[in-house]
Design a protein around this ligand. Structure first.
Ligand code: ZN
Length: 501
């Protein structure tokens, strides 16, 4: 059995190597590649994706998994070997349903669409990407149909990202949260809008990037096992547990853009850098679900990075970095500015309170597209209608409307947007458990120290990689299933103080 397991691990490492090589090409495409490289790059990534898929779905792996079944059953479910076999089997059974040719096609199409979007968005030209988006929808529906027997067509797509969840369970959680959020947004936005002009002065890029790097080093992001570069739409990517990279974008007229996207992506990276080293190159070496992953980015971006305590330590340092801009701005004014609540058009710029309303709009529109209730040609109008009804706003164009997020133009319609709100909910649930277990966390944060929080997260979440499902991990780490209560408590406490209601 030991020999079979070794053989399985060797094959899985080769699959991982092909996938990681694909990730390097994608990182390059989104950072440094000249536009002339686009057509060949799409083909190259498609080839690697197809080879990885063929290798992973080869009958040898199926046979090894069969032969290892008895071994798996003889071990405790939470042992490393049993977990490796179980998670590999789950991935394998899903992967064999999808033909390699389809995987290559989807990958090539994704590269072409992404490239088109990088030009269509600044040009405000939805028509240029519309046929590609129609194909994406078609491909995503085909992908779902490789898993017949679903209740909702989005279910198999959601299952890829947030294993165990369905359109129905997410709709229910979103419905409950919406009931809490809408009155909260109303009571805050009935008051005068906080002034955030202090964030909208001129801040030179180099100083911004340097400040962000100082902060995430203190968080525990290891630059020996990662680096940061610039991109259109910030992301984190991993080539191995020793190379976990982040990207950001910078605006010299907006201090929040690079800073908070850096803290966000560093949160994702801390998760990946914190996975047990002996899981390297196996299916266990990754975050357990998109929702849990997002909970970590939101923890460091919001619960830590937008907290009063954090800025008690860092604001004097920020003032030293930008003396002319911030010398005369008090900590209180700055804290209010970075936590300004306002109905707005752009999801990634949205505050913590209105953010989830943006996600709910996208989630609903995706479901309608997949159900065939909404055609791609009608998407811009449907988008504007929902922003009008949910946020009382109308974007002046599609650039800040339906073209604003990369996801749909990155080959993904369905199964992705829910993770942002699940992440917000879980971030507060994990954080509450962490601060209960380690009461020194908040005092440490006010002193610019993050060991207690980082250690708790590593111990309870990061180290396990994909060994436990999201539901198991949440139960183990917090003693209960996912609940919106800690998140609602967090928002009420923080914004109740800020806006005095
Ligand atoms: Zn994220």
């Amino acid at each position: 059995m030991e020999a079979k397991l070794r053989e399985l691990k060797t094959l899985l490492a080769e699959v991982n190597d092909l996938e990681s090589a694909g990730a390097v090409l994608q990182w390059d495409q989104e950072t440094y590649m000249p536009t002339g490289g686009a057509p060949a790059r799409g083909r190259q990534m498609a080839t690697l994706a197809r080879l990885a898929h063929e290798k992973f779905t080869s009958p040898i792996i199926g046979k090894l998994l069969d032969q290892l079944r008895r071994h798996e059953e003889s071990l405790p479910a939470d042992s490393d070997d049993a977990s490796l076999i179980r998670v590999t089997r789950r991935d394998y059974e899903r992967a064999v349903k999808v033909p390699a040719e389809f995987v290559g096609k989807l990958s090539e199409h994704t590269a072409a669409t992404y490239q088109a979007w990088t030009q269509a968005r600044p040009a405000n030209d939805f028509a240029a990407v519309r046929p590609l988006l129609e194909q994406t929808l078609d491909l995503r529906r085909q992908l779902a149909d490789f898993f017949p027997g679903y209740e909702h067509i989005a279910d198999p797509l959601i299952d890829y990202a947030d294993f165990g969840m369905t359109a129905q369970t997410i709709r229910q959680v979103f419905g409950e949260l919406r009931q809490e959020l809408v009155p909260l947004v109303q009571s805050i936005t009935a008051q005068p809008v906080a002034d955030d002009a202090c964030l909208r002065q001129h801040f030179p890029e180099q100083e911004q990037l340097a400040f962000g790097a100082t902060v995430i080093k203190r968080f525990g992001y290891d630059f020996e096992r990662g680096r940061q570069d610039k991109t259109h739409h910030p992301f984190m990517t991993k080539f191995s547990l020793g190379d976990v990279r982040i990207t950001t974008r910078c605006r010299e007229d907006d201090l929040g853009e690079a800073l908070f996207s850096t803290l966000h992506e560093a949160g994702h990276a801390l998760y990946e850098q914190g996975i047990r080293a002996d899981f390297e190159a196996t299916p266990l070496a990754g975050g357990t679900s998109s929702g849990v992953h997002e909970s970590q980015s939101r923890t460091w971006e919001n619960l830590v990075g937008r907290s009063r305590g954090f800025w008690e330590f860092f604001y004097p340092k920020l003032q030293v970095a930008f003396p002319e801009q911030l010398q005369r701005v008090s900590l209180d004014s700055f804290y209010r500015a970075i936590n300004r609540v306002q109905r707005s058009l752009i999801r990634t710029d949205a505050d913590e309170v209105t953010y989830n309303l943006h996600v709910m709009i996208r989630f609903d529109l995706e479901l309608q597209l997949l159900e065939g209730q909404l055609a791609v040609k009608d998407l811009p109008a449907a988008w504007h209608a929902r922003y009008q009804s949910d946020l009382g706003l109308c974007a002046p164009d599609d650039r800040d409307g339906v073209l604003q997020d990369v996801h749909w133009y990155g080959g993904v319609i369905g199964g992705n947007f829910q993770c942002y709100t699940l992440g917000n909910i879980l971030s507060a649930q994990f954080y509450e458990s962490a601060t209960n277990a380690r009461p020194e966390i908040e005092a440490e944060i006010s002193a610019g120290k993050f060991e207690a929080l980082h250690d708790w997260l590593k111990e309870n979440i990061y180290q396990h990689g994909r060994k436990f499902t999201a539901a198991e991990l949440v139960q183990q780490a917090t003693g209960q299933a996912m609940t919106i209560a800690p998140y609602v408590r967090y928002l009420r406490r923080k914004y109740g103080e800020l806006y005095r209601f």
